[in-house]
Design a protein around this ligand. Structure first.
Ligand code: SF4
Length: 335
């Protein structure tokens, strides 16, 4: 069976040609799947009955609903999708002027960040572009989504072809025609693939920093050994940032680990000369990882230090604590 979700207009045209369908059927399929999010071929009423019957024999739309949904008191919603023999999560975060969907790109993750529940679960496979797009098109709030962030389970640059294809579909004129600036890819920074992301996609980029001291970062994030943060920042400083494209650094604050002002000073040193923003993130404590959440006063002092030393910094509002919005917790529990 061919999965249509994730195919480009050209690929759909090839399929139509091969099956003897009229060429415009490809554009109609794009409208049904990418714009209207219709799952069943029977509901695609402008296709001939013969075309629909043949499509049912050879293909599936690739759209499928989440198997579970959990709603937080603050309106954040977490969805669980079945994928292979495991599960992945998507989180919808509503705000006054936007609705952000945080999507997963892998089942588990190879990166092994010590503070991350997904990292502790190991790697169970990469998602296809269709499985990534399905999260965007199949959550009940699909029509309200204004932004997508690749900050769920998995490392996007370890599944770059699928992530890139999903971004291409979202930003193409035969698809939803989003501006790439509505999409942010978050990464630990696999440097050679980061170069490709910067060259081949125009989306915003968020780098997982979490510690500016190389030796301490290595203890938290084993990928620091292969891809040191100094090299990542050097690459970003060489890159020509233009237009509305943004680079940010994600910094989850852990009590007594990375939250004193020496750490803030090291961030100032590291990021000097780079136009960027640092997002401080409250850690969602979990029994499975040995880190604790920094307190409010420490986070505020850290932010004020960065701001007063020329690094734009915000404390990200904590959302969905009561439904375990931290990456991988729900999928791990279900597993
Ligand atoms: Fe993977 Fe991201 Fe978790 Fe690190 S934080 S283990 S990159 S999912």
């Amino acid at each position: 069976m061919i999965t249509l979700l994730g195919l480009s207009l050209n690929e759909l045209q090839d399929l139509c040609l091969q099956e003897g369908f009229p060429k415009f059927t490809a554009k109609q399929l794009c409208d049904w799947i990418y714009i209207k999010h219709v799952r069943d071929f029977d509901a695609m009423t402008n296709l001939s009955l013969k075309t629909r019957a043949r499509l049912k024999e050879i293909a599936t739309s690739g759209l499928f609903a989440p198997i579970e949904g959990h709603c937080s008191v603050d309106g954040t919603k977490k969805y669980l999708f079945a994928s292979g023999d495991s599960y992945i999560e998507s989180v919808y975060i509503p705000a006054d002027d936007r609705g952000t969907l945080c999507v997963s790109c892998q089942r588990g993750c190879k990166m092994g960040c010590r503070f991350c529940v997904t990292g502790q679960q190991g790697f169970h496979g990469s998602l296809t572009a269709g499985e990534i797009l399905n999260q965007i098109f199949s959550v009940p709030e699909s029509e309200a989504i204004t932004n997508v962030v690749f900050m769920g389970m998995g490392e996007p640059l370890d599944n770059f072809e699928a992530v890139k294809r999903a971004i291409e579909v979202m930003t193409s004129e035969w698809g939803p025609a989003w501006s790439p600036h509505r999409i942010t890819v978050s990464t630990v920074g696999i440097t050679p693939v980061l170069c490709r992301l910067l060259d081949e996609c125009q989306c915003h980029v968020a780098v997982s920093l979490h510690n500016a001291f190389a030796n301490e970062r290595m203890a938290m994030m084993p990928m620091q050994k292969a891809y040191p943060i100094a090299d990542i920042v050097a690459l970003l400083k060489r890159y020509n940032w233009y237009g509305q494209r943004r680079i940010s650094f994600e910094y989850t604050m852990f009590r007594g680990v990375n939250d004193d002002l020496n750490h803030a000073a090291e961030i100032v040193k590291l990021l000097k000369g780079l136009k960027c923003r640092v997002n401080l993130i409250r850690f969602h404590a979990s029994p499975d990882v040995p880190y604790k959440t920094s307190d409010e006063r420490t986070m505020t002092a850290f932010r004020d230090y960065l701001d007063s030393h020329g690094v734009t910094c915000t404390i990200r509002a904590s959302r969905g604590e009561d439904i375990m919005a931290a990456c991988g917790l729900l999928a791990g529990k279900k597993q």
